[in-house]
Each structure stands twice: as structure tokens, then as C-alpha cells.
Design a protein around this ligand. Structure first.
Ligand SMILES: *Cc1c(COP(=O)(O)O)cnc(C)c1O
Length: 400
């Protein structure tokens, strides 16, 4: 009997909604692509996006900028990071996170994760006490939201400023409060593989007048900051306008137009991801060799990717398991590989960090962790096929 093969590509996104395409064409026809290139009385697409996203997120202010990594960089600077300052961050994340810390002049101090891919709270507390760090850049990696009540209370106790990397949690929540509304600043990415797609792009949100004023000037506003979509009192700019360098990283009107058209569908898309996640998780859960992360009741997740562990596999059997899945059309990423691959890298391959950091628990968990993207071009029925292939190949690899 021939084996089932899955035919759809794992990297194909849905088309930009028709309204977004029309809107983009209007911007192109106008020629006014730069966010400060407005007619008298006109509000730019970028400024409108800032208003609409701030409202959706439930934040006072939003800044649209060049990328998620760029937003993280200026968020750290706007929150007051000084050269050489220690920045706590979970060890399981993607390379733009330590990259942003480095770019802002900080020193990443890594924190362990637990078997559910969330930051390890006991280790976080120990690192807060030991490092004296004044900043915690929490990456909600792969959409796993840690206990935000506990994290906020630890940050308060140690006088640590919390910055949230919400690249994977746009639309997620903890206890009914949106991810990104717990720290002093939050950063989102609108790069193609995230929850809204403008190719590249970033959104920064905050309720803090000083932070938004600095972030706007950092982003390259020149003295045109008054044209932004969400503004603090003019006095906030008076305090920072001449002391804040221009790190040119604006969003243009074309991307903003594309994003504005996607925002109304975001909530519904989150449900669509979750339906697909649930179907796949249900299928994988039938195999006792596969461990799925526990999702706490307080978490409103967005299942745009799925992680699972197969503790019965090891570095000798894993490459064949991955190849066998790939041969049947299922693209798995492995976070345990010693060599970085594609978008995936482990903290010990970031050689520019302080190199004497050892996170044995994180390495142990990642050693048998697999990850797959759930693009919305897959339908719910596809998830049963993917689940069957993984289930088969886990059994074959574990010799069942
Ligand atoms: C994508 C991503 C970023 C950075 O976003 P870009 O827009 O690609 O710069 C930051 N953190 C995580 C966890 C990401 O996945």
C-alpha cells in the first residue's frame, strides 16, 4: 500500500484581501508612498493604521515601523536601556530577539524554559536576583503565553521593566487581557510568516507618553512627529525631540494600506488557526510517544504553529525521522540541531552573546522538540493527513 503524501507547501500564505489590493493600488496611483507625504488635511495610511491597531490592541499608542526586530530595538532604547545594561530574555526564541538586544547596546542574560515552552519562573526569579538586570524582554515564543500575573509581580518586586515580544501572540490573551498589554512596551511583526502580512513591518504599542514620544522620534520622524496616528501631549516631545537620535525605520503607506485591510479579519483568522491547531493536536494526542504542550486555562491562544516532543527519539534517529516526514510532504523544524538551519537557531549558536551561559534544561527540551507552521492555506481536513503522517513516522522511528 502506498503511503499518504501531503501535497501543500508549508510556506504559502493566503492572498492579501481584495480590499487591500485595491487600497494598495490607490496608494501607488497617488504616488504618496512616504508616510509624511500627505496633502493638506490628509491623514496617511500609516497614521490610520496606528490608530486602528492601537484601538484593536487596547493600547493608548501605536507606532508603525520597519520590522518587528526594529520595533524591539527602539522599544529597548525608548524604555531607557543604556549601553552595557543586562537584559533578561528567554533562551528559546528567534535570532532577531538577541539581535535587537545587541543592537540596542544591551547584554542578553538568558533564562530557561519549561517543558511547555514558557519561561521558567523559578529560573527567572533567580536570574533577576543574581543579574540585577533592569529589563526583561519576554518573547512569547511560538505563541506560548507564560503566567503573566506571576511575571508582572516578579518584575514589580525586582524593579524590572517588562518588554513583550508579541511576534507570535498578536491576538492572544492571558486571563482575557491581550498579550502585549502587560509590559511597558510591546512589539509585533507583520512579516509574511506572522499573523498579518505586509512582507516586512513592525508595530510597537505602549500606554507610556515618554516611551511613545521617544519611539516615534527614533523611528525617523524628523520634526514631523505630529503627523503620527496616536500622539501624547506636545510636552512629551518637547522633553525628548532634541535628545533622541533618528534611527530611520519608518513604515510606508503601501504596507500600511495592506495591513489596514487585514485587521478586520484578524480575529476570525485567530479562530481559523485554532481550529486547525485543535484538529492536529487531537490527532497527535492519539500517539503516546508524542508529547504536546499543556495550554493553561487562562491562555487564549493563537495556534499558528504547533510544537511537540518525542522524548523517545535522539540525535541519531531524529535526522531520519525529519527526512521521512519531509519525503511525505510534512516539513518539520527541529530546534535541537547543533547547527542553525533556515529560520531556526539555538541560543548556543549566537556566539556574540556572553558565552559562558549554559541552559541545560532548555537544551534538553529542545533536543526532542519539533515545530510546524500552520498556514491558513491548509484546511481543517489537511490536519488529519499531516497528523497521520507524523504519527506513522514517529512509530517507524521509535521502532513500534
Ligand atoms: C519574526 C520574529 C521577530 C522579528 O520580527 P521581524 O519583523 O522579522 O523583524 C521577533 N521575535 C520573534 C519571536 C519572531 O518570530
Amino acid at each position: 500500500m502506498s503511503k499518504t503524501v501531503f501535497e501543500k507547501p508549508f510556506t504559502q500564505q493566503e492572498a492579501i484581501p481584495a480590499a487591500g489590493i485595491e487600497h494598495a493600488v490607490e496608494v501607488l496611483r497617488s504616488g504618496r508612498l512616504h508616510r509624511y507625504n500627505t496633502l493638506p488635511g490628509e491623514t496617511s495610511e500609516a497614521a490610520l493604521l496606528e490608530r486602528e491597531y492601537a484601538q484593536w490592541q487596547g493600547a493608548k499608542y501605536c507606532l508603525a515601523c520597519a520590522s518587528g526586530g526594529y520595533a524591539l530595538h527602539i522599544a529597548l532604547k525608548a524604555a531607557g536601556l543604556k549601553p552595557g545594561d543586562a537584559v533578561l530574555s528567554n533562551a528559546f526564541t528567534l535570532a532577531p530577539v538577541p539581535g535587537a538586544i545587541d543592537n540596542a547596546g544591551g547584554r542578553a542574560v538568558l533564562v530557561e524554559i519549561d517543558e511547555n515552552y514558557r519561561v521558567d519562573l523559578a529560573h527567572l526569579e533567580a536570574q533577576m536576583a543574581e543579574s540585577g538586570a533592569r529589563f526583561f524582554l519576554l518573547s512569547h515564543m511560538r505563541g506560548h503565553v507564560a503566567d503573566m500575573d506571576a511575571i508582572v509581580s516578579l518584575c514589580d518586586r525586582f524593579g524590572v521593566t517588562l518588554i513583550e515580544d508579541c511576534a507570535h501572540t498578536m491576538g492572544a490573551a492571558w486571563n482575557g487581557r491581550r498579550s502585549g498589554n502587560f509590559g511597558r512596551v510591546a512589539c509585533f511583526s507583520t512579516q509574511t510568516y506572522k499573523h498579518m502580512n505586509s512582507g516586512e513591518g513592525g508595530l510597537l504599542t505602549t500606554d507610556d507618553d515618554q516611551v511613545i514620544a521617544r519611539a516615534i522620534v527614533y523611528s525617523g520622524s524628523y520634526m514631523l512627529y505630529e503627523r503620527h496616528g496616536t500622539l501624547p501631549e506636545p510636552s512629551a516631545f518637547a522633553a525628548v525631540r532634541l535628545d533622541t537620535p533618528n534611527y530611520s525605520g519608518r513604515m510606508d503607506n503601501l504596507r500600511a494600506a495592506i495591513l489596514r485591510a487585514q485587521l478586520p479579519a484578524l480575529e476570525d483568522n485567530c479562530h481559523r488557526w485554532n481550529e486547525r491547531y485543535a484538529a492536529l493536536a487531537e490527532r497527535l494526542a492519539t500517539n503516546p510517544a508524542i508529547q504536546l504542550p499543556r495550554r493553561p486555562a487562562q491562555e487564549t491562544m493563537v495556534g499558528s504553529s504547533l510544537q511537540f516532543r518525542v522524548p523517545g527519539l535522539d540525535e541519531r534517529t531524529i535526522p531520519d525521522f525529519i527526512s521521512a516526514c519531509a519525503a511525505r510532504g510534512v516539513e518539520l523544524k527541529w530546534f535541537g540541531g547543533a547547527e542553525p538551519h533556515g529560520f531556526t537557531s539555538r541560543y548556543d549558536s549566537w556566539h556574540y552573546l556572553d558565552n559562558d551561559q549554559h541552559l541545560p534544561r532548555t537544551l534538553e527540551i529542545l533536543a526532542t522538540t519539533f515545530d510546524l507552521r500552520i498556514p491558513l492555506t491548509f484546511d481543517v481536513a489537511d490536519m488529519a493527513v499531516i497528523g497521520e503522517i507524523i504519527d506513522d513516522e514517529v512509530n517507524a522511528a521509535a521502532g513500534n
